[in-house]
Design a binder for this molecule. Sequence first.
Ligand SMILES: Nc1ncnc2c1ncn2[C@@H]1O[C@H](COP(=O)(O)OP(=O)(O)OP(=O)(O)O)[C@@H](O)[C@H]1O
Ligand SMILES: [Mg+2]
Length: 167
Amino acid sequence: MAEVAVIYPGSFDPITNGHLDLIRRGSQLFDRLVVAILTNLEKEPLFTIDERIDMLQLVTEDIANVSVDTFSGLLVDYARQKQARAILRGIRAFSDYEYELQMALMNRKLEPRLETVFMMPGESFAYISSRLVKEIFHHGGPVKGLVPPLVEDRLKQKFPARAAQMR
Ligand SMILES: Nc1ncnc2c1ncn2[C@@H]1O[C@H](COP(=O)(O)OP(=O)(O)OP(=O)(O)O)[C@@H](O)[C@H]1O
Ligand SMILES: [Mg+2]
């Protein structure tokens, strides 16, 4: 049997413990998992693509079948190029469902052989998003437990003044 690869696409600005939970679950289900950072449609990211690649590689280095890559353009074209059979997406609240369903059905229209697989995070991660992590950090709130310790350090390095304000 040929190995089954899955693409986990997103902006990962930055990677959170919710993303990491999904990556671990996905890596147990598929032979190979590629975390793919979308580089188009960027609206003022906090971390550069290189910084995001670096963080993703470091926090997934203990998972043998996970790799990190970037892509632009259509996800279905990228998946074809990587010979992936599936797209992995996470569903947190019901609010994720509408957008995710639309994307999954459109991608199926574009490439019928590519399946979208949805996974639920562990419930303690279900309320985490990159946007909220950035907002909390921006206002001097604690992000411990929401992101891997390495990401917390990188946030503090980027904003030393905010880090000092955090106590
Ligand atoms: N805490 C989480 N639990 C489960 N899935 C998640 C979680 N956070 C993100 N995902 C999923 O990961 C994929 C990539 O998400 P994305 O890069 O938009 O992250 P995000 O945290 O939602 O960031 P942003 O707040 O910038 O939108 C999406 O399928 C999203 O639903
Ligand atoms: Mg999102």
